[in-house]
Design a protein around this ligand. Structure first.
Ligand code: DC
Length: 230
């Protein structure tokens, strides 16, 4: 069986997977693909255009007509129909909308095709919830990155504070994180779960640099073992 040249990094929100994936890609000089940003961008845009976040003809029409762009430049990570959404999608409210839209089968199928197409040209680090299980079950290297709910909520709070959204308490964030985990893990289509052949990485008590070094060693060993050149 030929393997996809994808380093799949899945895990719940706040596990540190985005930071790890981004830095791993940078260290290895590979394309970084943030699939959560895609769900966020679609959710944000539907909200702006008053398109209901449900399956139906309006969603079908929206998906058939939009031009989704990924990775045009460092400042333009994601955009729809020429509008740069890279920063707007990080607001707390968009997290909830993204979790809702990610349950719609048409949306998942649209993004699955988009993600497979993006990764068909280059070796990449792709992060999300279902990359190692659904999008690239044949990825040559897979990690499932996680951390305790407390640690993840604290990280999220710090992120929001840094972004100027400091009006939420830790308790509110913990409730949201648990709710989002629940819906991500229990949705019918492509739920968040660890692929059988993924390596589990618990970042609760690890320093970022240690996680990064361990993943990098693992990727290099897997690449050597499978004959994939990075
Ligand atoms: O990683 P994130 O928090 O930016 O993701 C936003 C939402 O999108 C989250 O609720 C889970 C969903 N998502 C998904 O269902 N599948 C992916 N591959 C990536 C994200």
């Amino acid at each position: 069986m030929s393997l996809s040249k994808v380093i799949a990094i899945d895990g719940p929100s706040g596990s540190g997977k985005s930071t790890i994936a981004k830095q791993l890609a940078e260290t290895l000089d590979l394309l970084y693909i943030d699939t959560g940003a895609m769900f966020r961008a679609l959710a944000y845009c539907c909200d702006q255009r008053n398109i209901p976040l449900t399956a139906g003809p309006q969603m079908d029409e929206f998906l058939s007509n939009i031009k989704l762009e990924y990775g045009k430049s460092e400042d333009y990570l994601i955009g729809i129909d020429g509008e740069n959404l890279s920063h707007k999608i990080r607001e707390h409210n968009v997290s909830k909308l993204a979790s809702i839209i990610s349950q719609i089968p048409q949306v998942r199928e649209f993004l699955l095709n988009f993600q497979r197409d993006l990764a068909s040209r280059v070796v990449c680090v792709m992060e999300g919830r279902d990359i190692g299980t659904v999008v690239f079950p044949d990825a040559f290297c897979k990690f499932f990155v996680t951390a305790s709910v407390e640690v993840r909520s604290n990280r999220r709070l710090n992120q929001l504070n840094e972004g100027g959204e400091s009006n939420l308490s830790l308790e509110q964030i913990m409730t949201d994180v648990k709710k989002r985990d629940e819906s991500d893990m229990n949705r019918e289509v492509a739920p968040l779960k660890m692929a059988e052949d993924a390596s589990l990485v618990d970042t609760s008590e690890m320093e970022l640099l240690d996680v990064l070094n361990s993943l990098k060693d693992s990727v290099l060993a897997k690449a050597k073992g499978t004959g994939i050149s990075l």
